[in-house]
Design a protein around this ligand. Sequence first.
Ligand SMILES: Cc1cc2nc3c(=O)[nH]c(=O)nc-3n(C[C@H](O)[C@H](O)[C@H](O)COP(=O)(O)O)c2cc1C
Length: 168
Amino acid sequence: MIDPQDYKQVLGAFPTGVTVVTALDDDGRLVGFTASAFSAVSMDPALVLVCPSLNSDSYPIIKRSGRFVIHILSHEQQAIAYHFAGKGHDKGQGVQWQRSELQNAVLEGAVAYLECRVWEDYPGGDHAILVGEVEKLWCAGHELDPLLYCRGKMDQLPETLRALAHAS
Ligand SMILES: Cc1cc2nc3c(=O)[nH]c(=O)nc-3n(C[C@H](O)[C@H](O)[C@H](O)COP(=O)(O)O)c2cc1C
């Protein structure tokens, strides 16, 4: 048996970006959750994955709707990350978003987003492994940098990495 504290400490040492996964319920209301468990899977077909907790209120709605959007948050969106990490409140309240052409809920201000159709939903212990087929994607220019997450803290790119990333 792995000690949960050790597990969190070890996994927390792996820096990630921060995403928000959104969907619309049957009444057109925005749902969503903050997720660091996001990965590329396949280029052809274009597949990505996120891992929602089985306790997530958004997860059954995402499954039901069959579509979702993964937003890669910008360094200016820490408040959005905490907003979508909260439970039991209206996630659309105080958030700028609009319906896309594909009828997905797209948030304003992200570095990039991927509009997905549910491709497969695998069991993953106390989480699900939700694989999405990318139907459309979008990326901002270099004026926005991604938000980073490490050891429970969020911040922007360190200046050294920022300079390298902007030079390319
Ligand atoms: C930085 C960060 C990363 C997170 N990553 C995940 C994740 O990958 N999967 C997950 O299920 N929850 C993750 N969470 C927690 C969810 O965002 C949180 O449980 C949220 O309340 C779920 O919302 P819902 O129940 O309305 O779906 C993360 C939270 C934070 C702050």
